[in-house]
Design a binder for this molecule. Structure first.
Ligand code: SF4
Ligand code: SF4
Length: 221
């Protein structure tokens, strides 16, 4: 029996992920494995998830359930392919793991990861591991934009100073502000929007509204 063509396998998986609205944020091959950072960004993911059965039938955590169902269905578990999800009970901290693993992902001044194309407008969905190396990948130079970003406009855009260089994200100040000024998040957070990276990937309005309502509900008394 011929061994499966590993390059073809990667391409097939990529096509399946993209057809379901996901994006490959980065991928590396080393030794006998390939690690793939699977994320979401923009309309494609939102359109896919908001019409999926998990959403339409009102499941709890529809985005996580959709993600796990689709990605698990695309992987060949018998061949050792696996996925780690950020919502797994024993999940590693992706904000630490991914910048240490993938050259295109970096921690940002605001806290979430930043990517050269998607900026702050993407989310981590799964860390996929394939038990084969794909030598067609070329290692990208390490992306690390915040150190050289002198103006740091993201730190000055929030009207209530929820972000600053001297303290962690003040989510309580943000939540309190959003109760009376929901427009601050109507196209996504203004502080994120101030970053020059990924401007064309700002959240679709429906998605921003959904995340804002979940965030506000979490802080309702
Ligand atoms: S505005 Fe500058 S410091 Fe802030 S996240 Fe973007 S690159 Fe980093
Ligand atoms: S949504 Fe508005 S209040 Fe909240 S952190 Fe972003 S800019 Fe600040």
């Amino acid at each position: 029996m011929r061994a499966p063509d590993p390059t073809h396998r990667f391409d097939t998986l990529k096509q399946g992920l993209e057809a379901a609205g996901f994006v490959i944020l980065d991928a590396i091959s080393a030794g006998k494995r390939t690690d793939i950072a699977v994320g979401s960004a923009g309309d494609a993911f939102w359109n896919a998830v908001s019409t999926a059965r998990e959403w339409v039938e009102g499941y709890e955590d529809p985005i996580d359930r959709y993600t796990a169902r689709v990605i698990n269905s695309l992987l060949i578990a018998e061949q050792g392919e696996e996925a780690i999800y950020p919502f797994d009970a024993d999940a590693p901290n992706f904000v630490r793991l991914w910048p240490a693993t993938f050259p295109k992902l970096a921690p940002s001044q605001l806290g979430p990861m930043i990517h050269p194309e998607y900026g702050l407008w993407m989310a981590a969905r799964a860390h996929v591991i394939l038990p084969q190396a794909f030598f067609k990948f070329e290692q990208s130079p390490k992306f690390s934009p915040c150190e050289s970003c002198e103006a740091k406009p993201c730190l000055h855009a929030c009207p209530v100073g929820a972000f600053s260089a001297s303290k962690p994200y003040d989510y309580l100040a943000c939540a309190a502000h959003l109760k009376t000024n929901p427009a601050c998040f109507s196209g996504g957070c203004d502080a994120r929007g101030a970053c020059p990276y990924g401007q064309s990937w700002q959240l679709p309005k429906d998605q921003a509204k959904y995340h804002q309502s979940r965030f506000r509900t979490a802080f309702d008394d």
